[in-house]
Design a protein. Sequence first.
Length: 274
Amino acid sequence: MIILATLRMAFIVLHTVFWGGPIYLLSFFDPYAERAARLIRFWAKGNLWACGVSIRVQGLSQLNPHSAYLFMSNHQSQFDILALMAALEDFPLRWVAKHELRKVPILGACMHRTHQILVDRGSRTQAVATLRKVKELLGAHISVLFFPEGTRGENGRLLPFKPGGFMAAVEAGVPVVPITINGSRLILPPGDWKVRSGEIELILGTPIPIRRDGTRKAARSALLTQVESAIAAQLKTAQSSSPSVEQTSSLPQARQPERLGEQDGGEAEYRATP
């Protein structure tokens, strides 16, 4: 288990170095570095494949990849962003993250160059800058992903949602899509480094339109409640870190990650194929 986990982590590091150069260089060729951002999907899917992680997606068929959305997701693991980037590969997408990631070699530079939104939570002036950047990206038909909890929970349960992302949603006026992530905490629990194979489930809710029949504060509060309820309704809270995840995984041995077609109920599966 330790040897396999070490090999997986080594692959992630080397894979990040491999893609870091092309992503950084391509970021200079268009205003929002969309060419470079597309390569991030290959980085994400390659890491998932190497770690034996498959993704099951529900609700994707109700969204239009040519429209901009503000995605709101719960946060369980560092593998959340890999799963979301792979599942939402047809959407131009940027995500909001803590500014400390800017200091991570290669990763931080690539995030900055590809217009990921790095936020200093301790700075009030950053709130205005974040709002401006979110509106700018949405205006360019680029969707934005928020983790409204602000950090990963220790027990898989939802933490209180922070209002910043919801204010950005109200200001921008674009539909908000709640996303529930199940299973990623079993892949890589907070505070652990040993990656386990398994399946991550992503449940995309119905897009929520922004209401304009009251004050902005009331609209923000109502939206927060709606999104929190939608995510909580699909959340499987009985998740605990266990070696059985590695043992019960039935992923096939493979060489390349592939997106399978839509299944019944708008469900798609991403997994490794021979």
